[in-house]
Design a protein around this ligand. Structure first.
Ligand code: ATP
Length: 604
């Protein structure tokens, strides 16, 4: 039991150290100011408990004017100095606090952007991410933890000073205070564990509630389908059910909180009564030890009251710190996840000469189903490859593996003869430009979307050339701000809306601008009209002439201009050959797919 408590405390101390190391890395000044602020606060409390004793003793004994002025002056001056320093610290800390909070949120965002991608499609880690963000933003857990720890320091210094003062009267006063404190701790700790369990229970409900409520608020993407299929009552009933669930839980929570506060108050009042009684007796009789004066009476009563108050603050600090550490568990677990860039250190030099799958098998994390089974094939520099197969055959998954979004479950992917995970991530990924089916554009200007750079660092001539190639020139000329137009209305009503096909062209332009030695297009023309599609494929051949290119498309006609077609069937390679050769194999899956689509066109 003792060992496990110690292990628990060690774990907590490690967590605190981790958060402080992060904070120190962001702003050492912040930590220094916090410590100084805590010490100044503690010193002021001690001065106000001890100094008045001398003033009262002087008043009830010799009443020497000089001494009175001297002691009174010391009290006023010490308070002035401490208050001035305290205010100075508070002002600087307010600025630093804000900075720290923003930086911690940024650290979380940066981590999420760099973490191994597989975590972002895994429900456990999605939940973890949600809980980490909730702790940082809703509960300001990092900020609270750091501030709680600083307050803890202030409370500890004050507390030890008060114990020292009380012990000068003997052990009784200290013992009375200590017993009441132990009772308070027991009561508060039981509530703190309940609080943690409560929030753990409420977070999953909050996620579901937030999702359904968010749907109601969201912009037109869901509104069309929601209206067309009359989804409002169903959405509303989910929101209402989750609200009721919430309210029920919070009701219990506040009832329990009320009872705990009541118990703590009763304990505090009992202690005050005992303190006044005991110290009063010491003033009027010698029965329990040396008789004391009025100044000492004031000092001991104040020390005892201050001791209890500080201890309550200290327990609040400890409970708060423990609570924040619990909330921060997901944040700390997330911050420890491996990053995609941590793997591999060989700089990738030159172009992609060959891509070789060696017995690659893949199951998504948490699933035992083989989405890709024992794939082996090679693609050579400059080849144009089409990947075809039925829905769910594993085409997109194969591309995700090449992009290092997942590790193969077994087997290897070699590029230029080396395992792709041996390469330094940044230099590797520079060689791959991919457009996924679910590509995303961002609320930046069109120019920034295409180049992923601030406009000052861009060669506009090159962008204009690509814009022309993908067939966006006319649209961009129409826009008052041209390439500088903001994409979407996420935060500005003057942002522009593009059609699905036009957006897809921007995504293709972005891939081409990257000028990587391998281009991968997953359903690149699904939203394009037939003329635009024909244009794009024609231009592709010009633009990617010397590059290796992989296309995934259900439009079988696009395979015709490719050198070879990789046919995936249920996660395995069923064929890898040219269009002509595959068409000669009348029974091949490719031939069936091609003919099935061609028939539709010939009948039309
Ligand atoms: N993140 C994921 N987690 C678990 N399973 C997944 C995930 N993504 C895809 N799958 C499963 O992997 C299989 C292959 O999916 P993939 O998207 O690679 O197929 P595809 O050939 O590209 O299909 P389509 O032609 O419909 O785009 C499917 O059965 C799908 O359900």
């Amino acid at each position: 039991m003792y060992v496990s408590m110690r292990q628990g405390n060690n774990k907590e101390v490690k967590k605190i150290k981790k958060v402080f190391a992060l904070a120190w890395g962001i702003s050492p000044l912040y930590i220094i100011l916090l410590i100084m602020n805590s010490l100044i606060g503690a010193m002021q409390i001690v001065a106000n408990v001890v100094l008045p004793k001398y003033l009262i003793d002087e008043l009830v004994t010799s009443r020497n004017t000089g001494s009175l002025l001297y002691i009174g002056g010391a009290i006023v001056l010490s308070n002035l100095i401490f208050s001035f320093l305290g205010k100075l610290m508070t002002r600087n800390l307010a600025i630093q606090n804000r900075y720290m909070n923003e930086k911690m949120n940024q650290a979380l965002g940066i981590k999420i952007m760099n973490v191994d991608y597989s975590y972002l499609e895994n429900p456990y880690y999605l939940d973890l991410k949600e809980r980490a963000a909730f702790a940082c933003t809703n509960q300001s857990a990092v900020y609270n933890l750091i501030n709680n720890s600083a307050d803890l320091l202030k409370s500890l210094v004050t507390l030890f000073s008060m114990v020292a003062v009380m012990l000068t009267l003997g052990p009784v006063l200290f013992l009375v205070s200590a017993v009441t404190i132990i009772l308070t701790v027991v009561v508060l700790t039981s509530f703190s564990s309940y609080q943690v369990r409560f929030f753990e229970k409420i977070i999953p409900v909050n996620r579901k509630y937030g999702y359904y409520l968010g749907l109601g608020y969201s912009e037109d993407e869901i509104q069309k389908d929601a209206r067309l299929y009359g989804m409002e009552p169903m959405l509303l009933s989910r929101v209402v059910n989750y609200t009721n669930e919430f309210m029920g839980e919070f009701n219990k929570y506040y009832k329990k909180q009320g009872k705990i506060r009541g118990a703590v108050n009763i304990i505090a009042n009992l202690q005050a009564a005992l303190t006044y009684g005991y110290v009063g007796i010491r003033v009027v009789t010698k029965q329990f030890g040396k008789q004391i004066g009025l100044g000492s009476f004031m000092m001991y009563v104040n020390a005892s009251i201050q001791f209890t108050a500080t201890f309550r603050t200290l327990t609040d600090n400890i409970v708060g710190t423990k609570q924040m550490l619990d909330y921060l568990d997901p944040f700390l677990e997330l911050m420890d996840l491996p990053e995609v860039k941590q793997e591999g250190d060989i700089p990738f030099e030159g172009d992609i000469e060959s891509v070789c799958f060696e017995h690659v098998t893949f199951c998504y994390p948490g699933s035992e189903k083989e989405v890709l089974s024992d794939l082996s094939f090679q693609i050579n520099k400059g080849e144009k490859i089409s990947i075809v197969g039925l829905n769910g055959a594993g085409k997109t998954t194969l591309i995700k593996l090449i992009c290092r979004l997942y590790h193969p479950t077994s087997g290897k992917i070699l590029i230029n003869g080396k395992d792709i995970f041996d390469y330094d991530y940044d230099s590797y990924i520079k060689n791959i430009a991919a457009v996924f089916q679910d590509y995303k554009l961002f609320a930046f200007s069109l120019l920034e979307n295409i180049t992923s750079k601030d406009k000052e660092r861009v060669d506009k001539g090159e962008v204009n050339e690509i814009v022309k190639e993908v067939g966006l020139e006319e649209k961009i000329e129409e826009l008052p701000n041209g390439l500088d137009s903001l994409y979407g209305k996420a935060y500005d009503v003057n942002g522009i809306e593009l059609s699905g096909g036009q957006s897809q062209k921007v995504a293709i332009a972005r891939a081409l601008y990257k000028n990587a030695s391998m281009v991968i297009m997953d359903e690149p023309t699904s939203a394009l009209d037939p003329l635009a599609e024909a244009d794009i494929y024609h231009n592709f051949n010009n633009m990617v002439s010397n590059k290796t290119a992989i296309y995934i498309s259900h439009r079988m006609s696009s395979s015709v201009f490719c050198d070879r077609i990789l046919v995936l069937d249920g996660g395995s390679v069923s064929d890898f050959d040219s269009h002509e050769n595959l068409m000669k194999k009348g029974e091949s899956l490719y031939c069936k797919l091609f003919k099935a689509q061609a028939e539709n066109y010939s009948e039309a």
